[in-house]
Design a protein around this ligand. Structure first.
Ligand SMILES: CC(C)(COP(=O)(O)OP(=O)(O)OC[C@H]1O[C@@H](n2cnc3c(N)ncnc32)[C@H](O)[C@@H]1OP(=O)(O)O)[C@@H](O)C(=O)NCCC(=O)NCCS
Length: 178
């Protein structure tokens, strides 16, 4: 399908583009990504090129994963990335380190969840993080995910081994009564 953009009060969610590659390559070398993300490690510029040129557009084309760049406005720098795998309903997100601590991700993720419920027939959206990722858990809680506990995650580590994960679910809101 064709990618669509989302607007929140403060942000635009649109597609990652070639001019975002350098920022992505810097942000994804943040040491917290080694333990809390399954993005390639060590992260190199070619990984950012692949993400922009193939991964994000390919997910849209095949209708399997919707990925957005988060920015303040059209053409402004990328702050981070948010996305959802449609088959499992699993959300994923990261922010460049300089852009954390001002509520960017709860606002962006809430818009993604709304879009999923508006545009698909999914009844729930899922979240999981590596156990101990407090910041990710707080984002999920702020958006309304109910924490469902901890256990083996559905997304394995880079080497294929299981991850000890925290999990959550957000179910489709009941329709308002007339
Ligand atoms: C997860 C992430 C997107 C959150 O960014 P953010 O929205 O700017 O979140 P903030 O930094 O404002 O923090 C959100 C909440 O977590 C808390 N928090 C942040 N870092 C924390 C930490 N290390 N330990 C405990 N709490 C933490 C903040 O206090 C805040 O809670 P509050 O609003 O109740 O005070 C960001 O930390 C990130 O990109 N991390 C690396 C990638 C990652 O882990 N992605 C998630 C993979 S599942």
């Amino acid at each position: 399908m064709e990618p669509f953009s989302l607007r929140t009060e403060r942000f635009l969610l649109d597609q990652p583009v070639a001019s975002d590659v350098d920022d992505i390559a810097v942000y994804c070398t943040d040491p917290v990504f080694e333990s809390f993300m399954v993005t390639p490690w060590p992260y190199e510029r070619k990984h950012a090129v692949f993400f922009v040129d193939e991964f994000a557009p390919g997910g849209w084309e095949r209708g399997v994963e919707w990925t957005w760049a988060i920015r303040e406005d059209a053409g402004s720098p990328l702050l981070g990335v948010v996305g959802i795998r449609l088959g499992t309903g699993m959300v994923g997100y990261w922010l460049g380190a300089p852009h954390r601590g001002r509520g960017v991700m709860p606002e962006a993720l809430a818009a993604v969840v709304d879009a999923v419920f508006e545009r698909t027939d999914r009844d729930d959206v899922r979240w999981e993080c590596v156990a101990g990722n407090q910041a990710s858990m707080r984002v999920a809680q702020k958006v309304g995910f109910e924490l469902t506990g901890s256990g083996t995650g559905t997304i394995p580590a880079r080497d294929g081994t299981p991850i000890d994960a925290w999990t959550g679910i957000l179910t489709r809101p009941a329709p308002a009564r007339a």
